[in-house]
Design a protein around this ligand. Structure first.
Ligand SMILES: NC(=O)c1ccc[n+]([C@@H]2O[C@H](COP(=O)([O-])OP(=O)(O)OC[C@H]3O[C@@H](n4cnc5c(N)ncnc54)[C@H](OP(=O)(O)O)[C@@H]3O)[C@@H](O)[C@H]2O)c1
Length: 280
């Protein structure tokens, strides 16, 4: 086990599934972990459960990644409370069968999974330095993804596969371009596919719709702790401290789609995202 005693980590989507498992693992290695959660109730319940084990250094800061003001306020609170961030695990994820929009009118999967994390990460970069690590939790679903610059919010061609895979391709492209941009500062950026994992993903938080299907699939899927292994490995293991800009599966560099390696596309998406989050 790595020693993360003096490290300050942030995990997004920390109250459920792999996010919660990641908080558990990083705090057991000694890190102080800031849990980013959007729901006060779900965040406090998770914090209470995790804090039941002695000596864990945990903090909870609320943030809705689908709301720019909330993301900026989260980053501001982190900067007020902590001198720096050593580990950022962009794990939170959203998938939906119907088309929904974030506060700023972005299609919600792109808005939360990519743009919210883009804004969060770029706001925290000033307090990240040499040796810091950023881990983006993507998905194998990126392989069917395209970035629809001409209709990024999918007003015309929405379906869950198009939307989710676009957002997860964006996670890989963001990883590659950001890795290039922060190379000189000694910060690494990698992403991963966790595999198929039994979590709350796809379950409607208000209606509970989706629970039965997830329940039926549970015996065939990995547990959250198993699924979180690669993200935890990238966030903490010495063997990857100098690796950056890569896509991992099962703790190894893995093959990602041709499109996800297109650096022109990665640059275009980065600049497009900068424009989306620019303060008007
Ligand atoms: N499970 C799989 O098989 C699988 C496969 C490939 C990739 N992934 C990826 O793995 C990551 C973790 O997902 P999971 O399977 O552990 O799902 P999960 O149990 O549903 O957890 C997702 C987390 O993201 C949070 N979240 C959603 N929308 C948010 C928002 N607007 N602001 C802040 N937090 C938000 C959720 O908060 P609430 O609880 O409040 O909704 C929850 O804490 C995701 O990026 C997902 O795309 C999962």
């Amino acid at each position: 086990m790595q020693n993360l005693k003096d490290k300050i980590a942030i995990v997004t989507g920390a109250n459920s599934g792999m996010g919660m498992a990641t908080v558990e693992a990083l705090s057991d290695m000694g890190a102080t972990v800031i849990m980013l959660c959007r729901s006060k109730q779900r965040g406090e319940e998770a914090l209470e459960k995790l804090a039941a084990k002695k000596d864990r250094k945990l903090d909870l800061i609320l943030c809705d990644l689908g709301d720019f003001e909330s993301v900026r306020s989260f980053a501001k609170q982190v900067k007020e409370r902590y001198p720096r961030v050593d580990i950022l695990v962009n794990n939170a994820g959203f998938i939906s069968l119907d088309r929904q929009e974030t506060k700023e009118g972005l299609e919600m999967q792109f808005g939360i999974n990519h743009v919210g994390h883009f804004l969060l990460t770029t706001n925290l970069l000033p307090i990240m330095g040499e040796g810091a690590r950023i881990v983006n939790v993507s998905s194998g679903a990126h392989k069917t993804g395209k970035i629809h610059f001409d209709d990024i919010n999918l007003h015309k061609g929405f379906n869950v596969i198009t939307a989710y895979s676009q957002s997860k391709l964006a996670n890989v492209l963001f990883t590659r371009e950001l890795a290039r941009r922060v190379k000189d500062r000694g910060i690494t950026v990698n992403c991963c596919h966790p595999g198929a994992v039994a979590t709350n993903i796809g379950i409607d938080r208000k209606t509970g719709f989706g629970k039965t299907i997830t329940g039926l699939l549970k015996p065939f899927f990995q547990t959250p702790a198993q699924g979180a292994r690669t993200a935890i490995f990238l966030a903490s293991d010495d063997s990857v401290k100098d690796i950056s800009g890569e896509y991992f599966y099962k703790c190894k560099i893995a093959k990602s789609s041709k499109r996800s390696k297109d650096m022109e596309l990665a640059k275009k998406l980065y600049e497009f995202s900068e424009e989306l989050v620019a303060e008007k």
